[in-house]
Design a protein around this ligand. Structure first.
Ligand SMILES: Nc1ncnc2c1ncn2[C@@H]1O[C@H](COP(=O)(O)OP(=O)(O)OP(=O)(O)O)[C@@H](O)[C@H]1O
Ligand SMILES: [Mg+2]
Length: 250
């Protein structure tokens, strides 16, 4: 094809950023806004996330990153604008289906008292699906915790607890994974193990992932595109390196 240089470059950019011939994005935010009283937490956010893409979300404390993530799985609802999941307005999806489809892992593991098995079984039991022992073993293998099934969660290290938290989210077989600073409470090695896990599950299952992080090098390792937010607004959205170079990330 003989394209003018700029056009060729745009096509190349689009391909690199996952924006060409990708069909329908898994997540679309259209002018998504959330206000509480006169506070604007999220301000006209527009972004598409392609199937299989990892999008990093960064920006200063209080920028609205967590608030945005909570809107994507409908823990909160936009006060204006809309969110499409697989092309459809998510208000038309049954809430429990949406919860299964869109998994979330927070900064701290938030496991409930009991064994690793108890924590992994809970979600699937809610939806009457249940988990077989083999499925539990497989989940634990994937997060590198073989043999931990009967361990009391109180005895786990921070890194192990966070991996159980991942396994618990994966037990619901989500197609979209929302991560809110999933490694910020962990030491470097445990954080890297979680990063490996994210890359592995996203690649293996063609998952779509939105990851909030304050860690610029983590964003660079995991995400081709980064969205930079300030005071609820998207001030930059593009290649991770370019966005991070243009904005000093805290
Ligand atoms: N339920 C709420 N009611 C009122 N204001 C809120 C509420 N939740 C969050 N906020 C405010 O909205 C703004 C955005 O908060 P948010 O937690 O989304 O920021 P963040 O970018 O995730 O910050 P951090 O990097 O510190 O986690 C903050 O000013 C916060 O105080
Ligand atoms: Mg936050």
């Amino acid at each position: 094809m003989n394209l003018p240089f700029d056009h060729a470059n745009n096509v190349l950019d689009a391909a690199i950023l996952g924006e060409s011939s990708r069909g329908r994005p898994a997540v679309e935010a259209h002018d998504v806004t959330r206000t509480i009283g006169d506070r604007v937490l999220v301000d006209h956010v527009n972004v598409d996330v392609a199937i299989g893409e990892i999008l990093a979300v960064t920006g200063p404390s209080g920028a609205g990153k967590s608030s945005f993530l909570r809107l994507v799985n409908r823990l909160d609802e936009p006060t204006a604008g809309k969110i499409l999941i697989d092309g459809g307005d998510y208000r038309e999806i049954d809430t429990s289906d949406l919860r299964r489809k869109v998994g979330m892992v927070m900064q701290s593991a938030n496991l409930f008292p009991g064994s690793v098995r108890d924590n992994l079984s809970f979600g699937p039991a809610q939806s009457q699906q249940g988990l077989t022992e083999d499925e539990i073993d497989e989940l634990l293998r994937r997060v590198g915790l073989e043999g931990y099934v009967n361990n009391d969660v109180n005895t786990l290290s921070g890194g192990e607890a966070q991996r159980v938290s991942f396994a618990r989210t994966l037990a619901n077989k989500p197609s979209i994974l929302l991560l809110d600073e999933p490694t910020s409470a962990l030491d470097e090695d445990s954080g890297r193990a979680i990063e490996e896990l994210i890359l592995k599950v996203v690649a293996e299952q063609q998952m779509t992932c939105i990851m909030v992080t304050h860690n610029a090098s983590q964003a660079a390792r995991l995400a081709r595109r980064t969205m930079y937010m300030v005071r609820g607004r998207v001030v930059a959205l593009g290649r991770t390196r370019e966005v991070l170079d243009a904005h000093s990330v805290v």
